[in-house]
Design a protein around this ligand. Structure first.
Ligand code: NAG
Ligand code: NAG
Ligand code: NAG
Ligand code: NAG
Ligand code: NAG
Ligand code: NAG
Ligand code: NAG
Ligand code: NAG
Ligand code: NAG
Length: 832
């Protein structure tokens, strides 16, 4: 029984291995953590295997079993550290095993019963377990941990690991660094002059030459391709060069002189340490002080996970789901949340900067977003998961992260303050004193005022933090719960009106803001699209557009909360008799409303980023504030109701209002911003005349008012068109004439004959000369407009002047689009 025989000799071997150094280690030998002096060494003593104190030192002390280079630099280590009672056994079964003080296995070479009969540490630092015929069964070179030394072959399938990071060689010869085995944050291919001239590699091998060159060899390559040079390349002397994946996620080449015990960095794979994914932990922001990467938190809404180790990342002081106040976006300029493959398409969008921020705010699975702001229009959404931030003044990107409001910015960096510290100290004190004193004064004043005004109010002091001034000022839409809106409208009691999209109710928010709450009906879009539309609408700000304050999206409830307009809608003034409503508009106000409306629509068509075709311009959608400033409402809603692209909307889904609808709606032709011009023309005529454009009466010879009005205009009977209520008023006839002419230009049947909205503004203002408008009906009476025939559609191409046009055939694949108009490019089409 050979095994029994060997066992009998065990004590003798143990004795021998401890007293005389042997290149060969026999089964039964052990190393004890309690005796770091005891090691297994290579024949020339360059390398030794034994326990070394863990770095950083721990209390109670712990030890790591490691193969070290002369001087103590570790190049291989089998795993976690053990306490001082731990031991490394080369068992007689042939397994090498690391145990802790309680004899629990920490690591095992898994070579039991594979015939291992001896072990040796050679002069290159390789620990090899051999069987009876001397074949290597296991070696430390084949099972690398985080380091590669010269003469160690690193092949495809092998991996270096350090914490969350790993380093791999890919079959095509690329070297990659990965975080959590999934995010590739560094990927370097072979020099293109090498790959262009050679076929696919078969079995690439990464090797570090003793002189400090990192190469990839392959049977298909005539000579090994050079990947990197260490900067002390070819420097002579007793130097060991090694490649190590550090716990900071970077791979470096180091040199260590024999016996010194230090290592000097000679090359690093990732030159910008902040580009290493996750270097500062989750939600940590990497930046540089003079030279070193440092980690911080995005703002004081966050706290470090481990105050002693800034690399552990940050967490929100208040989780979003527990946030009692409103959730808002923290803006981080010159900051990027690192983005590496694999990134899914659902996280990459082409939208503008503000939409990148707002879409994330109103979308639930979105935690943060980064807009590259470099002209690519790229926006990256970050769903809850790991966020790795990078800040440097050189970055153009802006990033946004959800926080529970209000935002508390970081204090100015310690670097800045260090530079100017002395100078600032004195002034700072003065400023602090002044600020504190004035704050106290203000608070006292405000408190007094509050008390004065609210002492009789039962809800004194019940101001909800949700509607804090800060939130409104930021311009971001507030999300309301259905309950809140029910409460603020007293159960939807006071109806202000009913538009094409649903009824509107008056409401009063907790902060006493009066609002108009629109309860949307017939919304076919899902929650996500609704939120995106809300983001687009609320990113549209103009004096002549009604401002969206917030929204509610809960179950099937979809509500929009707008600012309240004291004077209601334009139709009340125009069409109700004075006795009915007591409302009357002077010509001055009418002209102001016409101009303001035109400006608001110009903004929607031409000036805002995601251009919007309104599709339902009519007096009911033009609201007036207390100073008779007009504000266009209901913009951006048409898209919500019809899932189809505006341009191919069918008659059945027409949501606009008859009388204001441009003829192309009925002819099934492309809907462009020119369709809004038509509707505006009709509204303008009504502002002048105070009558519905489609009204038919004896006075108009049983014709539609708009058609009758043109004939009167031709005859020069302007007075007949003007609202009779204006007869004894002071009216600027120049303005009236301009308004009437603009009307007829706008309601031309032929879209390309209608001016752009910006032009309309100039025409009304009298800045641009306009010719006498042709009959709006010229075309409908002529033979030109036809219903589209299957296959091709008859369409009209924009003429170079108002007075001539031509007809051309276009195929459906190239729908006629008036190129000078802003088409209905809504945010969804960008996102899909
Ligand atoms: C290790 O060696 C050093 C000096 O060579 C000696 O001072 C120390 O006591 C030794 N430790 C043990 C545990 O033998
Ligand atoms: C440690 O455990 C192994 C089995 O896992 C056993 O064979 C050995 O005797 C134990 N050693 C001590 C010192 O308890
Ligand atoms: C040692 O391993 C080699 C290769 O795996 C094998 O061919 C040989 O038979 C083994 N020898 C013994 C004694 O197990
Ligand atoms: C590394 O690869 C070379 C060439 O394939 C080979 O000669 C050498 O023995 C290998 N080294 C080790 C330690 O396996
Ligand atoms: C790492 O990846 C695994 C699975 O891919 C995932 O479950 C885990 O959450 C990831 N770790 C971190 C810190 O994100
Ligand atoms: C290899 O690396 C190069 C960059 O050096 C990169 O362009 C290429 O896509 C990579 N190939 C693969 C398969 O990852
Ligand atoms: C690629 O390798 C060739 C020759 O080895 C060298 O001249 C060239 O500079 C290298 N190119 C790059 C981009 O490293
Ligand atoms: C290299 O591999 C690619 C895909 O694996 C294959 O399409 C191509 O033909 C190969 N080239 C050569 C020269 O073998
Ligand atoms: C930069 O940061 C490093 C590491 O935190 C620190 O040791 C060093 O003193 C800092 N340098 C300056 C100029 O603040």
């Amino acid at each position: 029984m050979p095994i029994k025989f060997r066992l009998a000799l065990l004590p003798l071997f143990c004795l021998l291995s401890q007293t005389i150094w042997a290149a060969t280690i026999s089964p039964g030998s052990s190393l004890l953590a309690s005796n770091p002096n005891q090691t297994w060494s290579s024949p020339d003593s360059s390398f030794s295997f034994g326990f070394i104190p863990s770095d950083p030192a721990t209390s109670p002390p712990s030890f790591t079993a490691a193969i070290t280079y002369s001087g103590g630099v570790p190049i291989w280590s089998p795993g976690r550290s053990v306490d001082s009672a731990g031991a490394l056994h080369f068992l007689s079964s042939g397994a090498l095993r690391l145990v802790d003080g309680s004899n629990k296995t920490i690591w095992d070479s898994d070579t039991a019963s594979r015939g291992v009969s001896s072990a040796e540490l050679d002069d290159s630092g390789n620990l090899v377990l051999r069987n009876g015929t001397g074949a290597a069964v296991w070696s430390s070179f084949d099972n690398p941990t985080d380091t590669i030394v010269p003469s160690q072959n690193f092949t495809v399938g092998k991996v270096l690991r350090s914490g969350m990071y790993s380093f791999k060689l890919v079959k095509n010869g690329n070297l990659t660094l990965l975080w959590n085995d999934s995010i590739v944050y560094w990927n370097q291919g072979l020099n293109s002059s090498v790959t262009n001239n050679t076929p696919n590699l078969t079995s690439p091998t990464l090797g570090l030459q003793p002189i400090g060159i990192l190469t990839i060899a392959d049977p298909k390559l005539p000579t090994a391709a050079i990947v990197a040079y260490s900067n002390d390349y070819a420097e002579a002397g007793d130097i060991l060069r090694f490649l190590k994946l550090e716990s900071d996620g970077n791979v470096r080449i180091y040199s260590s002189s024999k016996g010194s015990g230090d290592k000097i960095e000679r090359w690093a794979a990732v030159t910008d340490q902040c580009q290493v994914f996750g270097y500062c932990g989750n939600m940590g922001i990497c930046s540089y002080n003079d030279s070193n990467p440092i980690c911080g938190c995005p703002s004081l809404n966050f706290e470090p996970v481990d105050p002693k180790d800034s690399r552990q990342g940050c967490r929100r002081k208040m989780e979003i789901k527990d946030c009692p106040q409103s959730v808002t976006m923290l803006d981080l300029d010159h900051t990027r949340f690192l983005t590496y493959p694999p990134e899914t398409d659902s996280q990459i969008f082409f939208v503008g900067i503000s939409a990148c921020r707002l879409n994330c705010l109103v979308n639930d699975p979105c935690d943060a977003s980064t807009s590259l702001s470099d002209g690519t229009g790229l926006c990256y959404y970050k769903t809850p998961g790991f966020l790795s931030g990078y800040h440097t003044p050189a970055l153009t990107s802006s990033s946004y992260i959800k926080v529970c409001g209000p935002v508390i910015p970081n204090p100015p960096s310690s670097l800045d303050s260090a530079v100017k510290k002395k100078d600032w100290k004195m002034r700072a004190w003065i400023v602090v004193l002044v600020v504190v004193a004035s704050l106290l004064g203000l608070m006292a004043l405000e408190g007094g005022l509050w008390w004065w005004f609210c002492r009789n109010s039962p809800s004194f002091g019940a101001l909800s933090a949700q509607y804090a001034l800060l939130e409104y000022a930021s311009g971001a839409p507030v999300q309301f719960s259905y309950k809140e809106l029910q409460r603020s409208t007293k159960g939807f009691k006071e109806k202000l009106g009913a538009g094409g999209f649903g009824a509107v109710y008056k409401g009063i928010l907790a902060n006493r803001t009066v609002v108009a709450v629109k309860q949307l009906e017939g919304i076919e879009q899902g929650e996500k699209q609704f939120r995106m539309e809300v983001a687009t609408i609320s990113s549209t700000h103009h004096l002549n557009l009604v401002r969206l304050i917030g929204f509610c999206s809960e179950g099937r409830h979809r509500l929009l909360v707008y600012e309240f307009m004291k004077n209601g809608s334009l139709d009340d003034f125009l069409f109700a008799t004075e006795e009915q409503s007591g409302k009357f508009l002077s010509w001055e106000n009418r002209f102001k409303i016409a101009l303001g409306t035109a400006r608001g629509i110009t903004y929607l068509h031409e000036e805002c980023r995601d251009c919007i075709v309104h599709c339902d311009i009519k007096p009911e959608n033009i609201l007036l504030d207390e100073n008779y400033n007009s504000k266009v409402s209901d913009f951006g809603l048409a898209k919500l109701v019809s899932p189809k692209d505006h341009r191919y909307r069918t008659l059945t889904s027409v949501r606009g209002t008859r009388g204001y609808l441009a003829p192309e709606w009925l002819a099934n032709l492309p809907i462009t911003s020119k369709s809004d011009i038509y509707s505006y023309g009709m509204v303008l005529l009504e502002i002048v005349s105070g009558r519905r454009n489609f009204e038919v009466s004896e006075e108009t010879d049983r014709r539609k008012f708009s058609i009758w009005a043109f004939d009167e205009f031709e005859k020069g009977n302007i007075k007949g068109i003007i609202d009779k209520r204006l007869a004894d008023q002071d009216v600027d006839m120049d303005q009236v004439m301009r308004a009437i002419q603009v009307t007829f230009w706008c309601i031309q049947e032929q879209p390309s004959h209608r001016p752009m909205m910006g032009k309309v503004v100039q025409m009304l203002e009298g800045i641009t000369e306009m010719g006498k408008p042709p009959s709006p009906r010229a075309i409908i009476e002529g033979p030109i407009i036809e219903r589209p025939v299957s296959g091709t559609s008859t369409s009209l191409v924009a003429p170079s002047s108002f007075s001539s046009f031509q007809i051309s055939e276009v195929s459906p694949s190239a729908p006629a689009r008036d190129m000078e108009t802003a088409t209905a490019s809504l945010i969804q089409s960008d996102l899909s």
